[in-house]
Design a binder for this molecule. Structure first.
Ligand code: KG4
Ligand code: ZN
Length: 334
């Protein structure tokens, strides 16, 4: 089934054509440069940009796949979880297309989209498995029992991991988004230079917390001359604390649920140290660790089309009254 996916939940305007697990096109118009001067995503600016470019992005997705609008058999759109003004743009576009083309419409939860980026990356993804989905907007540990069957094991109690990367990068004057820069600078730094405390390390909860770590970094250096700070050492030590927290909670979750495979996805899943530590832990403790392909880690519409295809197979078809809902828990769509 040829499915058009549309994703506008945050600052990427994306459209893709996916046919039964094969990605025919995957177009992403990133707004990163637009938001860089603000040091983070400004919701209304993002929504206005989506309105401007969504038509071109859909056209590019169709054209670059070598298809026509008439070939599309269903439209899938991120309708849940994200910035409300941004979601509304994608939902309105998807509804117009589904109505005009007379094809089924399906609403997808953004986190479910990220989970399906794993399935696109690894066609033989073992079920059940534990999935860590970690980005600028969320940090969630999910037991994926089967396609579209989820149990949320843990969630962030405050900031998302990517948000913490971005805030520390801003504090260090490294620009936005901060994750890739901190990742790169950490390679030249000493990750044992500063021992930042790990949140919830003694707790049995599978939740995450990053605001204490962020405050610890800021408090340690806020009165110092920024020009003299050992930035690579701070970056490497901060990154180590984040990675440690993410990996240890994920391993705890995998052990508790008795699974043998762990999947890692979302923008922060591109982090090189996270990949290294997860791979080493997997080898040491006997887990198969699967990372989403880098080009599918960040927000994209191929993952939305893949999730929509699975939901349609369960008969989940949305009406033309589909609306955007920003704060829906993942369990509610399982
Ligand atoms: O999935 P994504 O594109 O958008 C959201 O849903 O948020 O993730 C963006 C986040 C940003 O916070 C960015 O700093 C972070 O992913 N990120 C990274 C890396 N690449 C992107 N964080 C750490 N290391 C990286 N290499
Ligand atoms: Zn995302």
């Amino acid at each position: 089934m040829l499915v058009l996916g549309i994703e506008t939940s945050c600052d990427e305007t994306a459209a893709a054509l996916v046919s039964d697990g094969a990605i025919l096109s995957n177009v992403i118009a990133s707004q990163v440069d637009l938001h860089a001067r603000f040091g983070g995503v400004v919701p209304e600016v993002a929504a206005r940009k989506h309105v401007e470019v969504i038509g071109y992005v859909v056209k590019e997705a169709v054209d670059s796949a070598g298809k026509t609008l008439g070939d599309i058999e269903a439209v899938a759109v991120t309708s849940k979880y994200g910035l409300i003004g941004c979601l509304l743009v994608g939902v309105a576009a998807a509804k117009s297309l589904a109505y005009t083309l007379d094809v089924p419409l399906v609403g997808v939860h953004h986190i479910e989209g990220h989970i399906f980026a794993n399935a696109l990356s690894h066609p033989r993804l073992p079920m059940p498995h534990v999935c860590l989905t970690v980005s600028g907007g969320h940090t969630m540990l999910v037991l994926v029992k089967d396609k579209c069957k989820y149990e949320v094991l843990g969630n962030t109690l405050d900031d998302a991991a990517g948000e913490a990367f971005d805030k520390i990068a801003k504090f260090l004057g490294l620009g936005f988004p901060g994750g890739p820069t901190i990742d790169r600078l950490s390679a030249q730094g000493d990750r044992a230079a500063f021992n930042f405390s790990r949140s919830l390390s003694k707790s049995k909860r599978l939740d995450f917390s990053f605001s204490g770590l962020k405050t610890a970094v800021v408090n340690m250096f806020k009165d110092k001359d920024k020009a003299l700070l050992p930035v690579p050492d701070i970056a490497a030590s901060f990154q180590e604390a984040v990675v440690d927290h993410l990996v240890s909670k994920t391993l705890q979750g995998a052990a508790r649920k008795g699974v043998s495979a762990i999947a890692v996805t979302g923008g922060v899943a591109m982090n090189s140290r996270l990949r290294q530590v997860f791979s080493e832990a997997g080898r040491r403790e006997g887990y198969q660790v699967l990372f989403t392909r880098p080009e599918l880690c960040g927000d994209n519409a191929a993952m939305v089309a893949a999730a929509g295809t699975a939901r349609l197979a369960y008969g989940d078809v949305a009406g033309l009254d589909l609306s955007a809902t920003p704060g829906v828990p993942l369990e509610s769509v399982a």
